[in-house]
Design a protein around this ligand. Structure first.
Ligand code: ADP
Ligand code: ZN
Length: 710
């Protein structure tokens, strides 16, 4: 190991609290430190940020990071600061004097990473360069430069001038999605010199993969409710094809008592921002969204993603499920796939500009959804990787398919299609096969054809499933340009006349899971779950006070580790993955306090809520907050929040002694002005820092208790 990598490892431990690099991270850091142009392809959640942040700290000058979205920049800067690394963002929301301040801090060497949007960089490059030395330039989401990619941003193309303007400065391009063509395009447009390429595996083994075909809306909704029962309080995204569906699903879930909202391009900016913020800040559990949601979020504790409809390509699908489980913890994904989706998407694709490419993409997506072999193999194969073993974490691996000779079944369907002169769609075909007597069918005289009722033994769902397989294997096709009528292909004719045979995967009748099993699956309240909840609440409180997303304080993986290892001393705590020096110093005491309280409570079987009782007892004896804090070896902040909690619970806390009516009124006003914010930081800022945090906390308790209607 070179000394450079040794240094990098030290930084990894000290600032990020991690023991070792993930695959390729060390090599990428080395390549940047060697001043080479570098291209990094790594899946979402793979750990790209470290790759340029650590060399930035090890280099002279400022590293300029180009990022397309304001929200992303903001989050990354906050995450860096929470690790004790000085970073800033230059964006259009800064005032001129704010901007000057940032620039002079860069000049003084106080800032190691400067985040900036491409347009801002291009228009200010001359000025920036005279201000401070640049160590290297990192271009995040580099695929945005390519018109081949799925997320082309014209402002990125101007970055081509960087090489000319700053010939000696290394450039590192990072992306999570880029096929070969796009990668080549990135290299060409940025004029990279003999770049080093690093391509990480796209496998995300912590994501489970499940596909459910042909489920009707009603069943789908019922299944989602069941799923939510086994994932209480866990954040997730439901992707839908249309805006209307997002609204309907969100409304349905809310009506069933879930904390859900919708997000799509038809909402105004303010609403979108509010919903996104609430999700990031763990205030909103479920988002029902169109694909417009997700690119701008770094939230690491998304625990599941459901596709309510089929996505239009494997790229989009992988990108979307990739938003779950960034912290490396187990996360679940479910894809619902129906014939209706397929018909709709095929129509979109056929009518689109690059219709052939889009149709091909959709077909690959369909192949994934219909797969009868390990799904992860198909995904990785799509991204050009091969996997030797079955993954054991997808529905096919867990439920190997049973095949049967489906020739006769296919013949029944094919013969019916031909007898109806290839003029009917899937629903009519199924009705005829099952011998339905609905009016339209009878009017057309379809009850007289030979195969009428020949497929009674299968349910509507089963037929849907099998017809999907027939379409997928190329026995039949849908005429998208002709009323979605079914047509028989040459292969279909061969089958029909017995020249070929066909294997089909048996439709597995979903037996209702026995109640018992469901209950067992339902997360049982294990003791460590209690602690996890306690730590989550503490994290939320700190995050609100500091005005940052909770996962910036600690991610779920770190909280889980705390629950497993129950550190009660500083030294053990700082060994938890994700606890760097800065976080140890800033949050250690409070987290340790909670863990000690928990383990103490476990040992002596004390009741939960004792800590509040102790505070209350001392308060009743007339001790001041500082005295209580000293006596209990707690932070005064903690005692204040105890008092606020006790007050909310109806204890006799004399709030008036600590908070005047005028102050309360200001808090109420600030709350209104900030769009009903509960963030202490936001309220603090809205009142220009004139009202102290603990007073805001008390004020919120008063408001929450509903004594005052805001
Ligand atoms: P990306 O930008 O590639 O989507 P991030 O840089 O946001 O991914 O990293 C995803 C998560 O993985 C973050 O929570 C990060 O702290 C964590 N992580 C990155 N590198 C390591 C490592 N070497 N050990 C443990 N966790 C890591
Ligand atoms: Zn598998």
């Amino acid at each position: 190991m070179s000394t450079m990598t040794g240094k990098a490892l030290e930084i990894l431990k000290q600032y990020y609290g991690y023991e070792q690099f993930r695959p390729l991270q060390g090599e990428i850091i080395q390549s940047i430190l060697d001043k080479k142009d570098t291209v990094v392809l790594m899946p979402t959640g793979g750990g790209k940020s470290l790759c340029f942040q650590i060399p930035a700290m090890l280099s002279e000058g400022v590293c300029i990071v180009i990022s397309p979205l304001l929200a992303l920049m903001k989050d990354q800067v906050e995450a860096l600061k929470a690790n004790g690394i000085s970073a800033a963002a230059l964006n259009s929301t800064l005032t001129i004097s704010g901007e000057d301040k940032v620039l002079s801090r860069c000049k003084n060497g106080e800032i190691k990473l400067l985040y900036i949007s491409p347009e801002k960089l291009v228009s200010n490059l001359g000025a920036l360069r005279t201000y401070f030395p640049v160590s290297f330039i990192a271009i995040d989401e580099a695929h945005c430069i390519s018109a081949w990619g799925h997320d082309f941003r014209p402002e990125y193309t101007q970055l081509g001038m960087l090489r000319e303007q700053m010939p000696g400065t290394p450039i590192i391009a990072l992306t999570a999605t880029a096929d070969k063509v796009t990668r080549k395009d990135i290299v060409q447009q940025l004029r990279l010199k003999d770049p080093q390429h690093f391509i990480a595996s796209f496998d995300r083994p912590n994501l489970s993969l499940r596909v459910k075909a042909g489920t009707k809306t009603k069943e789908k909704n019922a299944e989602i409710l069941d799923f939510l029962e086994t994932h209480p309080g866990e954040a997730g995204i439901i992707y839908c094809l249309s805006r209307r569906t997002t609204e309907e699903v969100a409304a349905f879930l809310r009506q069933k008592g879930h904390n859900a909202d919708c997000y799509h391009a038809g909402l105004d900016n303010q609403t979108r921002e509010r919903v996104q913020e609430a999700f990031i800040n763990d205030e909103l559990q479920i988002i029902c969204a169109t694909i417009a949601f997700g690119m701008g979020i770094d939230k690491s504790n998304v625990r599941w993603v459901i596709h309510y409809n089929l996505p239009k390509s494997i790229e989009s699908f992988y990108q979307e499920i990739g938003r779950s489980g960034r912290d490396g913890l187990k996360s679940d994904t479910i894809l619902y796939y129906s014939l209706g989706d397929l018909v709709m998407l095929s129509k979109f694709a056929a009518e689109s500009k690059q219709s052939e490419i889009n149709m091909a993409r959709l077909q690959r997506m369909q192949q994934y959804a219909e797969a009868n072999i390990c799904r992860r193999k198909i995904l990785l194969n799509y991204f050009g990787e091969s996997m030797e073993h079955d993954c054991g974490n997808c529905d096919v691996c867990l439920n190997p398919r049973n095949f049967f000779d489906g020739t006769q079944l296919a013949q029944k369907a094919l013969s019916a299609v031909i007898r109806m002169e290839e003029k009917v769609g899937v629903n009519m075909l199924i009705d005829v096969l099952r011998g339905s007597s609905r009016a339209e069918l009878l009017e057309k005289g379809f009850q007289n054809i030979k195969t009428y009722g020949a497929g009674k033994e299968y349910s509507f769902n089963e037929w849907q499933q099998y017809i999907l397989q027939l379409l997928h294997t190329g026995v039949m096709e849908i005429a998208y340009d002709d009323g979605f009528a079914l047509r028989v292909t040459p292969y279909g004719h061969d089958l029909l006349y017995g020249r070929k045979k066909l294997q089909l995967a048996r439709f597995e009748v979903k037996e209702k899971e026995p109640k018992e099993k469901k209950v067992r699956e339902k997360k049982q309240a294990l003791p460590e779950d209690n602690l996890f909840e306690m730590l989550r609440l503490l994290r939320l409180r700190i995050a609100r006070e500091e005005g940052v997303p909770p996962y910036v304080v600690f991610n779920d993986a770190s909280l889980r580790k705390m629950c497993e290892e129950l550190p009660t001393e500083e030294e053990d705590f700082s060994n938890i993955s994700g606890v760097g020096q800065y976080k140890m110093e800033h949050y250690g005491a409070q987290f340790l306090e909670t863990i000690r309280e928990f383990t103490g409570a476990q040992k002596t079987a004390r009741q939960k809520g004792d800590t509040y009782k102790e505070t209350l007892a001392l308060y009743r004896q007339g001790l001041s907050v500082n005295e209580i804090a000293a006596k209990r070896e707690l932070n005064p902040t903690t005692v204040w929040s105890h008092l606020a909690y006790l007050f909310e619970k109806g204890e006799d806390i004399r709030i008036g002694e600590h908070l005047s009516n005028e102050e309360l009124e200001r808090i109420i006003k600030a709350k209104r002005e900030t769009g009903e914010s509960n963030s202490l930081k936001a309220l603090f800022d809205a009142m220009n820092g004139e009202i102290e945090y603990h007073k805001i906390r008390l004020g919120l308790a008063v408001i929450a208790k509903n004594i005052i209607r805001v």
